[in-house]
Design a protein around this ligand. Structure first.
Ligand code: TRP
Length: 448
């Protein structure tokens, strides 16, 4: 099958759209709060600079040279005696695992958009009750919004790389950035801003433990959409003569910038009202609406804008989670895009229902394993095990399996020889060591 090509700006927006997601606006801020602020942020930034960026270049390279679905690209690029590497391409299927809970969270956001437009909760108790009630007692409502999210995402993917994914990203990404930067400017004018700034950028090392480090490394992969073949799949449609290094840099930069802006905005509002930082996953669903209710009309307006931005971020990432499997199915089984989308869509949709039920009172136990809700298991496994593993496979493949000359001729003219050597060192040593270290540590944290 011939894969359609992005335009250059379309590719940048689509890759940035994949990277900028719930990970940036929902997860990064609450993890920063949970793990104590500045020190966590610093570990995250260091990992992005020294590991994430290099792996992004490597992942794009596999796609751009392979020009096929994830399995096909690994297979085509592996030397004849190492064709087993094609199995690494099955990392694309992790996208569906992520989608099981990602779609549920997008559903929550839709519900909030709809709900908050009438009134913001004025106390933490009511806000918490609303969120807890939705999650624990309203499987029907959640299934409804999970269905809406699934229909939108699968429709965009069904329209394909050009007519769906590129188009939607070219509209939603600029809109998202305008909303967030607009909110940042507003945050500047509030007293809470300086507190938010020092919370995020002044490390308190006493708060840093090995769990925080593991989570920061895992999150830097999640937020950059690495280790699962999403970026690889998009790069298979990279327009010719586009610099991989430069695009990877722009995407990494935008993703990091938006996470920091989202964190600053949320913590400014929070500290403005004297609320504490550690709020957990409920941060944007519970604390933010209450805090904003103190801002009167402008608060409702800001809340709607915020959830709108969040839904845009979620949708543009979700399509990148589904597309790899869809391309794989189209390529392998020579079927239509419609059929491929229906298969991939129903797979994650059904398991997603299990994930949301695992948080409910009525069904929680049925959908838990060893006392852990399915939702958490799916999230933890992808974020902390499968993505780093995928990242490791990508680093080893590009660093050791692909012929050096091939890699050099693709990248050295973009980077210059000296930087190429630095990048290659990072891909061969720094990234694998960091990832193995992280996985070992993780086993310690999990006590397996
Ligand atoms: N990066 C997205 C976020 O921050 C999520 C995401 C999209 C993703 N595609 C991915 C994560 C591929 C890992 C792999 O929300």
């Amino acid at each position: 099958m011939k894969i359609a090509q992005f335009s250059r700006i379309g590719f940048i927006m689509a890759a940035a759209g994949s990277a900028v997601g719930l990970g940036n606006i929902w997860k990064f801020p609450y993890m920063t709060g949970e793990y104590g602020g500045g020190a966590f942020v610093l570990v995250y930034l260091i990992t992005i600079a020294f590991v994430g960026f290099s792996v992004m270049v490597a992942e794009m390279l596999i796609g751009a040279l392979g020009r096929k679905d994830t399995v096909g690209s690994f297979e085509r690029l592996a030397p004849p005696d190492k064709k087993g590497w094609k199995y690494a391409g099955f990392m694309g299927f992790n996208g569906l695992i992520i989608m099981t809970f990602y779609s549920v969270v997008i559903g929550w956001i839709f519900y909030y958009l709809f709900k908050l437009s009438s009134a913001l909760p004025t106390s933490t108790e009511t806000a918490k009750a609303t969120f807890d009630n939705l999650v624990a007692n309203e499987p029907g409502v959640q299934i409804f919004w999970h269905t809406v999210a699934t229909l939108i995402v699968t429709y965009i993917v069904y329209r394909g790389i050009k007519g769906g994914i590129e188009k939607i990203n070219l509209i939603l990404m600029p809109a998202l950035m305008m909303i967030l930067f607009g909110m940042l400017f507003y945050a500047f004018s509030l007293d809470g801003f300086s507190k938010a700034f020092s919370f995020m950028f002044e490390p308190d090392w006493s708060k840093l433990n090995s769990e925080a480090i593991v989570r920061a490394v895992g999150h830097s992969f999640f937020t950059l959409s690495l280790g699962m073949g999403a970026i690889m799949t998009y790069a298979a449609s990279l327009p010719k003569h586009t610099s991989i290094t430069q695009t990877a840099f722009i995407v990494t930069f935008m993703d990091t910038l938006i996470a920091l802006v989202a964190g600053l905005v949320i913590y400014t509002f929070l500290f403005q009202e004297g609320a504490p930082a550690a709020q957990g996953p409920g941060l944007v669903f519970i604390s933010l609406p209450v805090v904003l209710s103190n801002f009167g009309y402008i608060g409702t307006f800001l809340a709607l804008l915020f959830f709108l931005a969040l839904s845009f971020a979620g949708l543009t990432s979700a399509v990148s989670l589904v597309e790899p499997v869809v391309q794989y199915i189209i390529d392998r089984f020579d079927t239509t895009r419609l059929k491929a989308v229906l298969i991939a869509g129903s797979a994650y949709y059904i398991v997603g229902i299990g994930a949301l039920l695992s948080y409910t009172k009525a069904w929680g136990e049925t959908f838990s394993i060893a006392g852990k809700p399915l939702f958490d298991i799916l999230e933890y496994t992808t974020d902390s095990i499968l993505l780093p593993l995928g990242g490791l496979l990508i680093a080893v493949f590009v660093g050791y399996v692909l012929q050096k000359e091939r890699v050099r001729s693709a990248l050295a003219h973009e980077m210059g020889d000296r930087y190429f050597a630095v990048w290659r060192f990072s891909i061969r040593y720094v990234a694998p060591i960091a990832l193995v270290f992280m996985m070992l540590n993780l086993m310690g944290v999990l006590k397996i």
